[in-house]
Design a protein around this ligand. Sequence first.
Ligand SMILES: Nc1c(NC[C@H](O)[C@H](O)[C@H](O)CO)[nH]c(=O)[nH]c1=O
Ligand SMILES: CC(=O)[C@@H](O)COP(=O)(O)O
Length: 142
Amino acid sequence: MAHRILIATSRYYEHISLELEAGVAEALADEDVTLETIEVPGAFEVPGIIAMAADSGRYDGFIALGCVIRGETSHYDYVCGESARGLMTLAVERRLAIGYGILTVENEEQALARADRKRKNKGRDAAVACLEMLKLRKKFVG
Ligand SMILES: Nc1c(NC[C@H](O)[C@H](O)[C@H](O)CO)[nH]c(=O)[nH]c1=O
Ligand SMILES: CC(=O)[C@@H](O)COP(=O)(O)O
């Protein structure tokens, strides 16, 4: 049966997220998966929405997408750190298969290079990781 994967994406930097989403779609085009996307305001909200969606039992795996760009204050550290921590907590404590595609960068130029499908394509990396964790989970959890 097709794996049901939810893409949880921050729209804070929408143009970056859209390119990451395109990278995911391209990477999974030939796989037996169904993809759904849900948007949240920022990276900080991504773990929360994945937790809610996981509770619904409708998804096998998750791909977290977004971009956090350093500003003038320490806010960046909280948004990046808490978002990653929340995702790791979900992955470890609830055995969720989560691909991590939230860019944490110094400037927009770095973000564009990492989102771009013709360059670093971090959307693809997150998609591949999610799929691989889904397969590995079968081995141990069923
Ligand atoms: N500065 C960035 C944010 N900040 C917003 C937070 O994620 C959050 O939505 C807000 O604090 C309301 O709860 N989000 C990003 O995704 N990227 C940023 O660079
Ligand atoms: C990552 C952020 O939240 C950042 O955009 C905030 O910028 P600032 O630290 O200049 O308020």
